[in-house]
Design a protein around this ligand. Structure first.
Ligand code: 9Z3
Length: 319
């Protein structure tokens, strides 16, 4: 532990042993192929036409059993990642959306919980239509979402566990490293801090007949430093800091900025995260708020504008 900032030091050995002991990513070859094709499509035979951002969204799970019945979860609805994806697309970026299975999707955040049953109705034997008052919301969700995926500017890749998330992050970051300073990492996913290593995990369902559960969780190695140092050293990197105690938020965010050499750390408090964030940069802190004069205005709108401007400045200074 580095006592000055309270952060654990992560060694290459910790990182190697995390990946070596993780269950292999099932569809790694397919993810690699899709991501390579996506990068190629948004580059013009090497001459880049779009900037590419990896947006991570939703929380990672920590399985307690290899044949998993129980798991520990990290809170994140995926709202931040989904709405941010929409604004990045509007700003002309191509987006790799790495999301937790079952969380919010871009262009669908205004739909109710069970859109199939709540938004649709069968009008006669062969017709299904949108039910009032959802006509406009459903139409926009379907057309915007299909437009982004079919035009090749949005690639959606799911994860569930901490093992899947970090393996995906490593793979995608390495594939994006060739984009240099035009690559952007926007790491809004809520990542588990503690996990059960695969080799010390029970194989079968843990039996309650064995009495109280006594289990040791170990720290997940911090991947931000290795992302910055090895996987995509020239990329513009933004991480998020979530706290429930506002008195420690800015101190922790500032320490993360320095320790992991991030370009920005977006600090947010759980209860006010949809209204305000504080962007911590080496040049100072910037408060970003939703526009309270407009109904439905989202904090992600000014946030993404700020990020796009700072990313542009960073590309220009690297040129
Ligand atoms: C965030 O702080 C996100 O803004 C939220 C978004 C998870 C609060 P929702 O998905 O919420 O819209 O419901 N994400 C990062 C949280 C995190 O795990 N950060 C790590 C930390 O705080 C650093 S990577 O230590």
């Amino acid at each position: 532990m580095d006592p000055s900032n309270g952060f654990e030091e992560t060694s290459n050995h910790d990182i190697k042993s995390f990946f070596d002991s993780s269950p292999p990513l099932k569809n790694a070859a397919e993810i690699k192929r899709k991501t390579e094709e996506f990068i190629q499509l948004n580059s013009n035979s090497g001459k880049l036409v779009r900037r590419i951002v990896l947006v991570t969204s939703g929380g990672t799970t920590v399985p307690l059993e290899q044949r998993c019945v129980r798991y520990i979860d990290n809170f994140s609805s995926g709202h931040r990642g989904s709405t941010s994806t929409e604004y990045f697309l509007k700003a002309g970026y191509a987006v790799v959306f790495l999301y937790r299975e079952g969380t919010y999707q871009p262009f669908c955040t205004l739909l109710p919980n069970n859109p199939l049953l709540e938004c649709l109705q069968v009008t006669d034997e062969s017709n299904i239509t949108a039910r009032p008052p959802y006509e406009k919301t459903v139409k926009e969700a379907i057309s915007n979402s299909h437009a982004a995926t079919s035009s090749g500017t949005l690639l959606k890749l799911p994860f569930t566990t901490i093992f899947e998330y970090l393996q995906n992050l490593q793979l995608i970051a390495s594939l994006m490293s060739g984009l240099g300073s035009r690559a952007l990492f926007y790491l809004a996913a809520a990542v588990s801090d503690f996990y059960v290593p695969w080799e010390s995990m029970a194989v079968h369902k843990i039996q309650s007949s064995s009495g109280p559960l006594d289990m040791r969780l170990v720290q997940v190695p911090k991947m931000l430093s290795v992302l910055r140092r090895d996987w995509a050293p020239k990329a513009f990197c933004i991480s998020f800091k979530l706290e429930t105690d506002k008195d420690i938020l800015l101190k922790k965010a500032g320490a993360a900025l320095e320790k992991y050499n991030m370009d920005m750390v977006v600090a947010n408090e759980l209860l006010t995260r949809k209204e305000e964030v504080i962007v911590v940069t080496k040049g100072g802190n910037i408060i970003v708020q939703q526009d309270r004069t407009r109904a439905g205005a989202e904090v992600e709108e000014p946030l993404i504008k700020l990020i796009v401007d700072q990313h542009s400045a960073s590309i220009n200074s690297a040129a």
